[in-house]
Design a protein around this ligand. Structure first.
Ligand code: UTP
Length: 290
């Protein structure tokens, strides 16, 4: 059983500046909750009990968000009338055992994952990218990847087909279908030119890894951008032990880019009881004008 997850959230978020200058991109809202809260909720719904969030110097508000806010809670209690908001606020602070560690320099996702070594110890663990919100209320996507890990006894990653324009910026997987939406991955290439891709399948947002990944990360050199890349370590793993890829069921929003943030707010808003009717009318009105 997998009970630990890490959420790397120490990136610089340069693609969404200036929004991410003082507010971490992981704290940007989708309707009424910060992105990272959706990710923590997904983890909890999949049975994860212990979550390590990897932050950096500018991201203390993430810690505040998952703590009690005594003044606010006290004020709402004494004023009364907002019991639903009050209980939601209190529940955020109790969702899971949440730990924090700082990645002291933004040296890449692989380096961020290495910061989790002493938290993980010798258990398999999930990695949930802090700017990838993936919604499936019935069957949390990290749970889908955990099931594939448990069934096939190999490190497992969430995969999706992306466009040719995207694949050259992501990684391309060599896949072989083994059942329904599950594939064996025995090679991959990072940021390939179009004539070198294996497939349009790329790793997106969720992985289940074993602590072996730490030894690989310690051995490999820095990759793209001079940073220690988690995908380089995974490529090593794919070629030696093989990995499984799950073409997951869920809607992914990349909160690390501007259009992803807009899409998330519109689609989640269209399902949110407080705003859906108003938003639907608003969208119809502007759609008829553009
Ligand atoms: P990104 O690849 O989106 O990197 O990270 P970034 O630096 O945040 O974004 P840009 O390119 O400057 O806009 C994917 C995830 O890995 C985390 C990020 O916070 C994000 O959740 N990350 C990335 C780290 O924790 N540490 C790093 O050094 C890099």
């Amino acid at each position: 059983m997998i009970t630990k997850a890490i959420i790397p959230a120490a990136g610089l978020g340069t693609r969404v500046l200036p929004a991410s200058k003082a507010v971490p991109k992981e704290m940007l809202p989708i309707v009424d909750k910060p992105a990272i809260q959706y990710i923590v909720e997904e983890a909890v719904d999949a049975g994860i009990t212990d979550i390590l969030i990897i932050t950096n110097r500018g991201k203390g508000v993430i810690e505040d968000h998952f703590d009690h806010s005594f003044e606010l809670e006290h004020l709402l209690e004494t004023r009364g009338g907002k019991d639903d908001v009050l209980s939601e606020l209190k529940s955020v602070a109790k969702m899971a055992n949440i730990y924090f560690i700082r990645q002291k320099e933004a040296k890449g996702l692989g380096h961020a994952v290495l910061c989790a070594r002493s938290f993980v110890k010798d258990e398999p663990f999930a990695v949930m990218y802090g700017d990838d919100v993936i919604i499936n209320e019935q069957d949390p996507v990290v749970g889908q990847v955990i099931r594939a890990y448990e069934k096939h006894k190999k490190c497992a990653v969430g995969i999706k087909e992306v466009t040719p324009e995207q694949i050259v910026k992501y990684s391309s997987m060599k896949v072989q279908n083994i059942e329904d939406n599950v594939y064996l991955i025995d090679d991959m290439i990072e940021k390939p030119p179009l004539d070198k891709i294996f497939s349009l399948y790329s790793i997106l947002g969720r992985c289940v890894l074993t602590p072996d990944i730490f030894d690989i990360l310690e051995k490999i050199p820095n990759g793209a951008g001079g940073e220690l890349q988690l995908t380089d370590a995974m490529a090593h793993l794919a070629r030696t032990d093989g990995m499984v890829g799950v073409d997951f069921n869920g809607t992914r929003y990349d909160m690390g880019n501007k259009f992803g943030i807009l899409k998330a707010n519109i689609e989640v808003g269209l399902n949110h009881p407080d705003v859906k009717d108003e938003l639907r009318e608003f969208i119809k009105k502007i759609a008829s004008e553009i």
